[in-house]
Design a protein around this ligand. Structure first.
Ligand SMILES: Nc1ncnc2c1ncn2[C@@H]1O[C@H](COP(=O)(O)OP(=O)(O)OP(=O)(O)O)[C@@H](O)[C@H]1O
Length: 362
């Protein structure tokens, strides 16, 4: 997957007016503004003061700030990964974005539609037409076979039996469960059950896909295969994806941007390159300290468009680690960097790249 423009539209931005000769930025798929979810005796009262309360103040009054004043905007086709320690609010945030959990305050729009203003029927329609969800606990129907589980959302959509069966078999094969169509969930391992959950969600080809640790029960080899499969699908289908994971490597492989949560708030939301190069807070700095930065940062992120250099350009989508040999063997101060179309992205300072390369050395 290619890195997208790191400058995502601000949370409140309407579709940007296009400059003459430029295509308009697409309207965001999901926007949330000032989103809160507070648990406790009086959530609304706890937020009623003139200024938003701190996490500490909320806890002192017996409340849990599960999501704290989150504003973000997700572009169509973007893969946003939500990371953070256990209890930092990842699941609650993602469930608020699909309104599986009712937020205490704030606004959410999905394709321009006011999610919190929808009545029950409107919400069901929006979920059915646009949203797919895969959660940690799979939520499979125990008395239905794999095939019936996967075909279930198609049945809900009113699709004909033959068509349901064809599509279900297709996605069952895709997730590597061919031959187990007639098994019941209890006859499958945890990882296999999780794949049924993924297949069921894929069957309806949602535009927006919420995934809460979908690969956590898979063993490492299969997990990597599923990630590859996932990237392949995403390349083809270009869905808008919000993906929760604990695993930084997984986040780096899959994400266009990562949101790092702490105590219900989003500490930083940015490309992996920028997060490791410019952590916005002490917390993010600590969170990313152990990461091998040269494996994360791409040449494009170090390229200065104002600089130019002679010689064979390095590809902008190569990581600094992958360019290690060239960096060490070169004696040039500046190395040219090119985009996928061969266009110059400027040049990077070799010493900056080497600093990143050797910062990771033990
Ligand atoms: N129904 C609830 N009632 C009270 N507190 C809750 C409830 N649901 C979640 N919380 C609290 O909200 C906070 C955020 O929980 P959440 O499940 O969103 O975290 P998470 O980052 O997804 O954690 P994990 O990685 O362990 O799944 C936690 O402190 C949790 O205990």
């Amino acid at each position: 997957m290619t890195l997208q423009d790191p400058a995502a539209p601000p949370a409140t931005a309407p579709a940007a007016a296009a400059a003459p000769g430029q295509a308009a930025a697409p309207a965001p798929a999901i926007v949330c503004e000032g989103l809160w979810k507070v648990y406790g005796p009086d959530p609304e009262g706890a937020l009623a003061g003139p200024t938003p309360p701190s996490a500490a103040a909320l806890r002192e009054s017996g409340h849990v700030p599960a999501v704290r004043d989150v504003s973000l905007s997700i572009a169509p086709g973007e893969m946003l990964v939500v990371m953070g320690l256990s209890g930092s609010g990842k699941s609650t945030l993602v469930r608020c974005l699909s309104r599986l959990i009712e937020p205490t305050a704030g606004r959410v729009t999905v394709d321009g539609e006011d999610l919190l203003g929808l009545d029950e029927a409107g919400l069901i329609r929006l979920r059915r037409e646009k949203m797919g969800m895969v959660f940690q606990n799979f939520a499979l129907l125990p008395h239905r076979t794999v095939l019936e589980n996967v075909a279930f959302p198609l049945e809900m959509r009113g699709q004909r039996r033959q068509e349901r069966r064809r599509r279900a078999l297709e996605v069952i094969e895709l997730v590597g469960l061919k031959g187990r169509e007639d098994h019941f969930p209890r006859e499958l391992s945890g990882g296999q059950q999780q794949r049924v959950g993924i297949a069921r969600s894929l069957a309806i080809e949602p535009d927006i896909w919420f995934l809460d640790e979908p690969f956590s029960a898979l063993d490492p080899l299969i997990r990597r295969e599923m990630q590859d499969e996932f990237l392949r699908l995403q390349e083809m289908l270009g869905k808008t994806i919000v993906f929760i994971t604990h695993d930084f490597d997984e986040a780096l492989r899959l994400s266009d941007r990562i949101a790092i949560m702490y105590e219900g708030g989003v500490e930083q939301i940015d490309t992996p390159d920028r997060i490791v190069m410019n952590p916005a807070t002490d917390y993010v700095e600590r969170f990313t300290r152990e990461i091998a930065k040269a494996r994360v940062v791409h040449a494009a992120a170090l390229a200065d468009p104002g600089l130019s250099a002679e010689g064979e350009p390095v590809p902008g989508d190569a990581t600094i680690a992958a360019l290690g040999r060239r960096l060490v063997e070169s004696s040039a101060a500046l190395i040219p960097v090119a985009g996928p179309d061969g266009r110059s992205l400027g040049a990077m300072e070799r010493t900056r790249a080497l600093d990143l390369l050797f910062a990771d050395a033990p």
